[in-house]
Design a protein around this ligand. Sequence first.
Ligand code: FAD
Length: 409
Amino acid sequence: MDAVIIGGGIGGLTLALALHRSGIASRVYESAPEIKPLGVGINILPHASKELSELGLESELARVGITTCESLFYNRFGQLIYQEPLGRYAGYQWPQFSIHRGDLQMVLVEAVRQRLGADRVFTGWQCIRFEQDGAGATAYFRHTATGEELPPQRGAVIIACDGLHSVIRKQLHPNEGPPRYSGVNMWRGVTRWPPILSGASMVRAGWFTPGKMVIYPIRNNIDSQGRQLINWVAEIETPRHKQRDWNRPGELSDFISAFEDWHFDWADVPELIKSAEAILEFPMIDQDPLPWWSQGRVTLLGDAAHPMVPRGSNGAGQAIVDARALADSLSTYKDPVEALRAYEAMRLGPTAEVVRMNRKNPPDAILREVYLRTGDKPFKRLEDVISQDELRAISDGYKRVAGYDLASL
Ligand SMILES: Cc1cc2nc3c(=O)[nH]c(=O)nc-3n(C[C@H](O)[C@H](O)[C@H](O)COP(=O)(O)OP(=O)(O)OC[C@H]3O[C@@H](n4cnc5c(N)ncnc54)[C@H](O)[C@@H]3O)c2cc1C
């Protein structure tokens, strides 16, 4: 058994490590000319950090990222709505990490190179299509920079981890429409800033219609003044958006007006935004869940299988959980076709639920409820607007659907 993995993102690299642990050989083909730290912050919740810990990566992730301790929700007037502990601080056996997605990717690729061998990761290989027969599957490539044809690569299975714009997904489902825009556009950046609140807090504030903010630290002690690298995301309801690209530059003037008066005791938000090193822009998009992922010896994993709007810090987490499930299936079943079918049976239903829940009631539904019930006005007494039990029920309901509630994990 050997697997051809298309895409060296979080899903593809985690899969290579999980297969290696199960004694299954694989090769990773990535279209980018090199794997380098790009993008901004990401949260790894306990269900995903469990899998990464079991792959022996916990101490390295704790070294490069932040072990997040609490989550706080505010309205746009800076009034606290809800607060809860996270990861080990909430009693989980595994931590929550807030981390630069580039740092996470470098931890994964270094582990793949060490464990599988540096010659198992190919960069500049852009997959264009696949073929399969009864004995194996073949992926076809061209060189990303020159367009020149590269030698076809054959394996017992092909796993498409090539993200939102997956070519393999398009080949399997040619009539699917383009990604669905949620109506919310995002601008993201990182700023060198003194620690906010506990120094390991995840803050969500405001609501999409006037403007919502997510703020959390992703690197500790980055200079002699003990500052952190703070990740922030501005999310605003607007029809204006462009195609998703991890590196599309964004303009401050397109969104700063929504946050100009956000001067809080825990942070001066407009100053935080204006001090960013760079700003990136992303549309908030997803796809309707697919009816099937696998055809014979070929299947989908991660965003290629189930792109979701990033309102629950869960897309990469679900890709990581997929990787474990697929490695388990491939080591359980002798027949690769049966293994891919079993993997799909395990993961398609639960991930489809997360895609739907991320549209309807992810954790930030807490902010929506208060926004609607107060008519976007400051409240005098929060308990007259919504009870802590109701807020906790929103948060816990999401954890159950996404597979990281304390009881089942
Ligand atoms: C703004 C934002 C915030 C997010 N925050 C979180 C969060 O806090 N927590 C969380 O868990 N998730 C989060 N996500 C979701 C998460 O980033 C994705 O779900 C995750 O990156 C999916 O991993 P993947 O490996 O499936 O795809 P990707 O990370 O997109 O990787 C796909 C890889 O395949 C390569 N590739 C593409 N096409 C080809 C080809 N034809 N041939 C070869 N290689 C190819 C790409 O270059 C890329 O390296 C967020 C997403 C966004 C947009």
